[in-house]
Design a protein around this ligand. Sequence first.
Ligand SMILES: [Zn+2]
Ligand SMILES: [Zn+2]
Ligand SMILES: [Zn+2]
Length: 284
Amino acid sequence: MTTGSCLCGAVRYEVAGPFDMMAHCHCSMCRKHHGAMFATWVTAPAAGFRWISGQDNVASYQSSEHGHRYFCRTCGSVTPTLMKEMGIVILPAGNLEGDLGIRPQMHMFADSHAPWYPITDALPRHPAYPPQFGGGAGVERKSPALRLGTTQGSCLCGAVAWEFEGAPERVQNCHCSRCRRARSAAHATNAFYKAEQISWVRGKDDVRSYSLKGTKYFGQDFCRHCGSPVPRVVAATGRIVVPCGSLDTSPNLRPLGHIFATSKAGWFEITDGLPQWEGYPARA
Ligand SMILES: [Zn+2]
Ligand SMILES: [Zn+2]
Ligand SMILES: [Zn+2]
């Protein structure tokens, strides 16, 4: 049995496996909904899936004519999609514990990846859906009107939008277990801005904020309608933590490297050649 849970722990589930398919998805919907640069999904037979707790804490957002996205209404973590008619459950690998006995097999929607965040491993890359899913273009999120000279971001449903003046102080990938659970992904990619750099364009009142108990600053802010992670203002530090998957344009700064690299998911391999640190890098 493999168990999974959201960041706050309200939603918990178990799945017997075996896992049949594991894929990184770079589609614009996944990037928004996870706030990550890509999502990693695994599938298993639905018959072996069971909610342990919190099924009534799962919210859903209809992202397209046939597509729904599910998330914890308390913390914004992505939760599994049960496709009973197909007999499968699709799970966000970042929320699962332990060795899954499977490794990523491919990239899907590789053509949709953020241009500033290249794919660097040798796995097969499918432009959109892979042939075993019948190919097909899928449904992408409409990109918003872009304004030159700012870095823009918005949630999947578009209710929350913001922009940044100037470049972030740094961008880094974080592999700690909290980030993996929060983003429901292999790792977080976060940009750090000063509080005064953000302008909320709309929807600030639609942002829900979850603070993880027992930590100083850790938490997740997300859109209450669609669950997408959005910028989190940390008052104590005067900094804003931005889940880079939410960005509509490049932050104009390459990631510094990988922090908490020794905490990374066993199924994920770092292949981009950037520096890796056990915890935080030494501050210059
Ligand atoms: Zn939760
Ligand atoms: Zn996707
Ligand atoms: Zn939204």
